[in-house]
Design a protein around this ligand. Structure first.
Ligand code: F0G
Length: 474
């Protein structure tokens, strides 16, 4: 018999959850323009909008808050954070930023020239926005299989080296300031990159003097997948695997709000001293002194501890197992989800869930809204709305993946909460034909998914109603 495991922590403080009625949720959803980003968190029962900044801190982290050194310059809390990054990640130089996109801003400004190309293994919204705002064209070099939610591969975040080579041949290495390698790949479904692939990308780039910058946001989760799936790593610690991974890069941007187990913070790290000196100048302009970079001393204390806690093998094993606990039940029930189950989230395949809706009827946005209506579970669209418009043509970008992300905050919910989510999705699947599409009634110019507003397409104005089915059939 396979023995069950449980959370590797016990609960010291609890937060009561709101449990609204169907009618109250209906009102809340309409107020939010059917956009889950705009729902008040007070109206949410189980919040799977994001794993970003939603972590529960440990007692050690809460205790350390009191020791925060709030000096404007030379804070000892910064020294502790800097040391933690050097010890766990192994880079020579570190600069603090208020969160991941602060680091992306500085890196993009310093490395990119107008007309450059930045290859990456699928885009992330803020990362690509910074690259484009600095004049670069983003080029997707992830393996083709990553765009197909039904293909089950152990390392679906891998770079297709032929695509990278073809880009170098086409535009020339001098037009490629760096390769941006995300480990894991958020929008592909939290899919990892193999150690072999990281090494191959690094070696190819070195031969052309192109830097490799990791988006290390969920790097510990990637390290665990290597331990679990890649030959030769089963007996190594996640901490050792992580160090090896990062040795195949020249630096990284980091959102501390994920794998550093804190609610705010980030950093930019690198091995090149010249880049460090130039980055320090920009940190002062955009973030604050290089000894706090937009974080308070107490934030830095919490992050220094979180960085070490995250590489505890029991913590990360349970983290991935909890995501699997949710995803496996959905798979077993025949619900279309991205395969294999990723590191931070389970992604519903909205095209397969709602095949009666075209991409212009925003199936993922509609499904996220319907899930909230059914059970108060908040999720996020990751499809055509998130992909935005082509900066040159103004047309919608049309990603193959039209997904609803159920993102699991770290150390926050129990597996019982995951079971409640499963039940709601199964109930929705039963009545999926009744779910209407949406029309966008307000579209902001940048990162539109945050603030866009929608209305149900169905004449009755109901998102889930038997009428909708009749409309589709007629
Ligand atoms: N890179 C990746 C892969 C991310 O997932 C995020 C944030 C960032 C960079 C930016 O970091 O938020 O600290 O500025 N992802 C969040 C999410 C917002 O919900 O997936 P940030």
């Amino acid at each position: 018999m396979k023995r069950r495991t449980a959370e590797p922590y016990k609960i010291k403080s609890v937060e009561t959850l709101s449990m609204l009625s169907y009618d109250e949720r209906h009102e809340s959803l309409a107020r939010a323009g059917y956009n889950t980003f705009l729902i008040d968190s007070d109206d949410v029962y189980i919040d799977l909008l994001t794993d970003s900044g939603t972590t529960a801190m440990s007692d050690a982290q809460w205790g350390a808050l009191m020791t925060g050194d709030e000096a404007y310059a030379g804070s000892k809390s910064w020294k502790r954070l800097e040391q933690a990054v050097k010890d766990v990640y192994g880079y020579n130089y570190v600069l603090p930023t208020h969160q991941g996109r602060g680091a992306e801003n500085i890196l993009s400004q310093l490395k990119i020239k107008d007309g450059d190309y930045v290859p990456g293994n699928m885009y992330f919204t803020t990362t690509r926005a910074h690259q484009e705002m600095n004049g670069a064209t983003f080029v997707d070099i992830i393996i083709d299989e990553a765009h197909d939610p039904s293909i089950d591969l152990p390392f679906k975040g891998n770079v297709d080296l032929k695509k990278l080579q073809a880009l170098i041949d086409k535009v020339g290495a001098e037009k490629i300031p760096y390769v941006c390698l995300a480990v894991t790949v958020n929008l592909a479904g939290g899919q990892p990159v193999s150690m072999r692939n990281m090494k191959d990308v690094y070696e190819l780039c070195q031969s052309y003097s192109i830097d490799v910058m990791f988006d290390a946001t969920r790097c510990v989760e990637n390290a665990y997948f290597i331990k679990d799936r890649e030959e030769g790593y089963a007996n190594q610690t996640v901490a050792a695997i992580l160090k090896e991974m990062l040795s195949y890069s020249d630096g990284c941007t980091m959102s501390g709000k994920k794998d550093c187990l804190v609610n705010i913070g980030g950093f930019l790290a690198m091995n090149d001293e010249d880049l460090y000196i130039r980055s320090r100048e920009l940190v002062v302009v955009y973030e604050g002194m290089p000894s706090y970079g937009g974080m308070s001393g107490r934030d830095m204390e919490a992050m220094a501890i979180g960085i070490r806690e995250a590489v505890d093998d029991h913590y990360i094993e349970h983290r991935i197992a909890q995501v699997r606990h949710l995803g496996q039940q959905l798979l077993d029930a025949g619900i279309p989800i991205v395969k294999p189950i990723g590191g931070h989230a389970v992604f519903l395949d909205a095209r397969a869930f709602l095949p009666h809706l075209s991409q212009e009827e925003f199936p993922a946005q509609s499904l996220a809204a319907a899930l909230y209506l059914d059970s108060g579970v908040r999720s996020m669209e990751r499809g055509i709305i998130s992909a935005g418009r082509d900066i040159k043509t103004g047309e919608h970008n049309r990603p193959n993946l039209e997904l609803v992300r159920l993102t699991i905050p770290r150390r926050v919910y129990t597996n019982n909460h995951m079971d409640v989510v499963v039940d709601s999705i199964l109930a929705l699947y039963e009545k999926r034909d009744w779910i209407s599409g949406l029309k966008m009634v307000y579209e902001p110019p940048t990162l539109r998914f945050f603030n866009a507003r929608f209305e149900p397409l169905c004449e009755t104005g109901e998102l889930i109603a038997e009428k909708n089915k009749a409309k589709q059939i007629s």
